[in-house]
Design a protein around this ligand. Structure first.
Ligand code: SF4
Length: 514
């Protein structure tokens, strides 16, 4: 079927983390859909004739302080609901709206209940945003909506809303543009449509809407001193400028904001990651959703701290600690608590676990090195975002845990003293051994295999960094080649393995057995 011409924009409102309330910027990617291509494949490809690699990405695009359990299915839909409120407000429609209908399609419908997409979009419609919403307020707010059949649009304007009829899961339909599609429609008292918008959650909390077509994106106005769209380009820049990857990032980030603001943002991300680990290993009980998955982090923490001498007999106890860090974060994520999207929520435990490992077991740890870690990881993640995808609905779990593993591996290698070539090698190893990883969460919940999978991703990242440090940076498979292989593998992957819970563990494991 011949695809029609379509322009889409990625509009990313930088949330102000680190620059609280200071600015809003927009990332918009427009694109022409060539004949025969899946439209959603095109979302990150071209702006007119500009390749997506030319889009400027900042460190703030790789880390978002938000809530669990999913960046694409929770953070993105909440942003969509909030953005719909802004659109109504901009059109002076808020006081005229009497009811709203939300339609969820594709993966958002199939795994939306398990990923809390329904509650997320309702919270967004009440004016909440992922970065500031109080996770403890979500359940009572949803209970009030269900009891009153009424929702306070943008936090103030009551409209009729019955979840049974106004929130529709289209389980057998997808919008053609992307597997994570949704539509929100607002009506007046006579049932006349006053505003309607489609949104696509394209991974990592990014939201695209059809309304964005034709707009400029913020990257148009930004000139980076060291632009790079591939690992090869990044390596060449490092060599020529005699700078590390993190130093390249620092220089580029100056195009967006003052260096102190970038540092503040990175430090805030670091604190949020560590807070999440600490909350996670103090919490106990059963995770929500019906799978009856028990939290394990607290028990492991108590075992490790009550008998510390055991670690003297078993040097591999360090792996238990890494597992603990990842379990803690992903259990918090599964519980819908505050986490850092890094680069997605399903994979949110890998980078904090490896960073914590470095802090507790590494040498010469300073705040500067911690920033170096997070900036290096962001540089690597930005290449995946430009050249492939970080959305499991597009490329499976290789785009989530695989990318997080690659980012963490490169970052750890950097703070261990690796050269840019060794860092690139570590990042490549981190992805090479995640190629083909499918997304098949049982019950549509980000719990099994997701929580354990983060422990595997973290341990694999540490091993990748160590392997790279034992080499000289020379290797057969380049990071760019492995990213392209990941993209192609994702394109070939059947949709049942791409965040639909229609294949793999999701169909072979009886939920009752869990
Ligand atoms: S299987 Fe992987 S990609 Fe899928 S929900 Fe779990 S962590 Fe995310």
């Amino acid at each position: 079927m011949i695809r029609t011409l379509l322009f889409l924009i990625i509009r990313r409102t930088i949330s102000g983390q680190g620059t609280e309330g200071a600015r809003h910027r927009f990332y918009n990617v427009g694109r022409i859909f060539p004949c025969g291509k899946e439209p959603w494949e095109a979302l990150l490809i071209e702006k007119n004739n500009t390749r997506p690699q030319d889009v400027n990405l900042s460190v703030v695009d790789l880390y978002t302080i938000g809530i669990g359990p999913s960046s694409s299915h929770t953070v993105g839909p909440m942003r969509a609901g909030y953005r719909f409120c802004l659109e109504l407000d901009a059109r002076n429609l808020l006081t005229k709206i009497r009811s709203v209908i939300v339609d969820l399609y594709g993966s958002l419908a199939l795994t939306g209940k398990g990923h809390a997409t329904d509650t997320a979009v309702l919270m967004g419609l009440t004016g909440e945003r992922p970065r500031s919403v109080d996770p403890d307020k979500i359940a009572p707010t949803i209970a009030a909506i269900d009891a009153d059949h009424q929702l306070r649009l943008y936090g103030a304007h009551p409209v009729s809303f019955n979840r049974a009829t106004n929130l529709v899961f289209h389980m057998t339909e997808s919008l053609p543009e992307h597997p994570n599609g949704m539509r929100i429609t607002a009506f007046d008292g006579d049932g006349v449509v006053l505003h309607k918008q489609e949104y696509f959650s394209v991974g990592g909390g990014f939201i695209v809407s059809g309304d964005d077509r034709g707009a400029e994106y913020s990257g148009d106005n930004i000139t980076l001193p060291y632009p790079f769209s591939s690992a090869d380009e990044l390596m060449a820049i490092c060599k020529k400028a005699k700078l590390s990857i993190a130093e390249i990032m620092v220089e580029n980030e100056k195009s967006w904001r003052e260096p102190s603001e970038t540092e503040e943002f990175v430090d805030r991300v670091h604190r949020a990651m560590m807070d999440c680990i600490e909350r996670g290993y103090k919490a106990d009980g059963i995770l929500p959703g019906g799978l009856n998955v028990k939290r394990r982090a607290r028990k492991l923490y108590l075992e490790l701290t009550e008998r510390p001498e055991a670690g003297l007999k078993d040097p591999l106890t360090v792996i238990d600690w890494v597992n603990l860090y990842a379990l803690a974060v992903n259990e918090e994520n599964a519980a819908g608590a505050r986490v850092v999207t890094a680069p997605t929520n399903g994979a949110a435990g890998v980078i904090p676990a490896v960073l914590r490992y470095y802090e507790r077991f590494g040498a010469n740890v300073t705040q500067t090195k911690i920033r170096e870690f997070l900036l290096t990881a962001a540089a690597i993640g930005s290449i995946y975002k430009k050249r492939a995808s970080i959305s499991a609905a597009e490329v499976g779990c290789q785009g989530e845990v695989g990318v997080a593993c690659s980012m963490a591996a490169g970052a750890l290698c950097a703070v261990m003293g690796g050269t840019p070539e060794q860092v690139e090698n570590a990042a490549e190893i981190g992805m090479e051994h995640n190629l083909g990883l499918t997304c098949d969460p049982i019950g549509g919940l980000v719990q099994v295999p997701c929580i354990e999978r983060n422990t595997m991703g973290a341990v694999k990242a540490i091993n990748a960094a160590r392997l790279a440090m034992r080499g000289d940076g020379q290797h057969t498979v380049s990071l760019d080649k492995v990213i392209e292989t990941m993209r192609q593998t994702g394109a070939d992957m059947q949709s049942k393995y791409k965040e639909t819970s229609q294949g793999g563990l999701a169909v072979n494991v009886n939920v009752v057995e869990c």
